[in-house]
Write a protein that binds this ligand. Structure first.
Ligand code: AMP
Ligand code: MG
Length: 363
């Protein structure tokens, strides 16, 4: 059957193509393999920098520089690879090149260029800087990528968990997510960071269940990630930030303890850096990830939650803010309509939101 479009009769295929083009929330299927390849390339860069922290510090003469070098080279690699596929790329990245453009930071620029060349051997200095700045785009309703090239910078410097988090957002919702966790073990029984293992790559899209595959080493088939269904007697495993308030007596701790009234037994508490916490819930290592607003005025950045929240959701978790509202990614670079994050297995989510509300009033 044909359709009439601007007076021309067009075939079914052409009709589909034209509707895809006029409907920007359709992300061409060919973009997902490119996003996966880009995150894998970035992981090669960050893993090598993490293995050579002292060497990079010596070159750049600055303690904090390894994370700058890895962050910027990771963003350059991902932006370059996405832009090769899609010249009209719209990317909202955490980083920009202003630091590297200052003459006083010439050693960091050299080190970043060297790191980027591990995966993009031909890239020039000018191309590197321009690629990083591709991440300066403004969010737009019809669709855009958002990237945290290294989420969990403190974890990165400590040799612990960090994530390379890339997501595509359409009309306020993440629809595709690719997240690399280079120090996370494929073995879900293993909770420690493993810097020389295979790492984990998580892939999720709006219409598919989350899958996980190794980042490094031999090719292995991906496995689907599922939240823990909590039908067993396992005490609840909770996860939260390494940094900041996350103790027995603070709001998070009290909220978890209040779950006892709903018949839950509290178990281990996993402290992890980065969006690897969402991955821990997605594959059943933890039952709930909580991030309560720890200081007034703190608003979460979209790149800290877009990929992780979709990965947890598509594995069966419920992700909202502490008021039980859906996360709204339509408000620019920050989640200004949301407070905090509650990511949990379905049976735990509602009681947890209730406990958080009660505990907020009973200080
Ligand atoms: P994470 O994403 O858990 O690796 O944390 C990264 C950084 O975010 C930490 O170093 C803290 O400074 C900050 N952070 C973590 N949790 C919160 C929170 N609930 N409120 C405000 N800042 C936070
Ligand atoms: Mg970052």
């Amino acid at each position: 059957m044909g359709h009439t479009h601007k007076g021309h009769k067009i075939t079914e295929d052409l009709w589909l193509l034209s509707t895809m083009k006029s409907s920007p929330d359709v992300l061409p299927a060919s973009f997902l393999p490119v996003a996966i390849a880009a995150v894998r390339a970035a992981a090669i860069v960050t893993t090598r920098v993490q293995a050579r922290l002292d060497e990079v510090r010596a070159i750049t003469k600055d303690d904090a520089s390894p994370v700058t070098v890895a962050d910027l080279a990771s963003q350059a690699a991902i932006a370059t690879m996405l832009a090769e596929q899609d010249p009209s790329l719209v990317l909202v990245g955490e980083e920009d090149s202003s630091f590297l453009r200052q003459p006083v930071h010439a050693s960091q620029l050299d080190a970043t260029l060297e790191a980027a060349r591990w995966v993009l051997p031909e890239i020039t200095q000018a191309q590197l800087l321009d690629a990083i700045d591709l991440g300066n785009a403004e969010p737009r309703d019809e669709g855009f990528w958002t990237l945290d090239p290294i989420d969990g910078t403190k974890g990165f410097l400590r040799g612990q968990q960090y994530a390379i988090a890339l997501a595509y957002i359409v009309r306020g919702r993440p629809v595709v997510a690719v997240m690399g966790c280079p120090n996370l073990s494929l073995d879900t029984a293993q909770l420690e960071a493993i810097p020389h293992g295979t790492g984990c790559l998580f892939i999720a899209s709006e219409h598919e269940a989350t899958r996980c595959e190794p980042i490094r080493g031999e090719h292995a088939p991906s496995v689907s990630a599922r939240v823990h269904c909590n039908e067993s007697d396992r005490p609840l495993v909770t996860t939260g930030s390494v940094e900041g308030a996350y103790s027995e007596t603070d709001w998070s701790g009290r909220s978890f303890r209040a779950l006892a009234e709903h018949g839950f037994v509290l178990g281990e508490r996993l402290k992890m850096d980065s969006q690897a916490k969402y991955a821990a819930v997605a594959r059943g290592q933890a039952d709930a990830y909580l991030r309560l607003p720890s200081r007034p005025g703190y608003v979460e950045a979209i790149w800290d939650h877009a990929a992780g929240s979709l990965i947890a959701q598509q594995a069966g978790a419920i992700v909202t803010d502490i008021d039980g509202q859906e996360l709204d990614f339509s408000t620019g670079e920050r989640l200004t309509r949301n407070r905090g994050i509650v990511c949990a297995a379905p049976a735990i989510h509602a009681p947890l939101v209730e406990a958080i509300r009660e505990q907020a009033c009973s200080v």
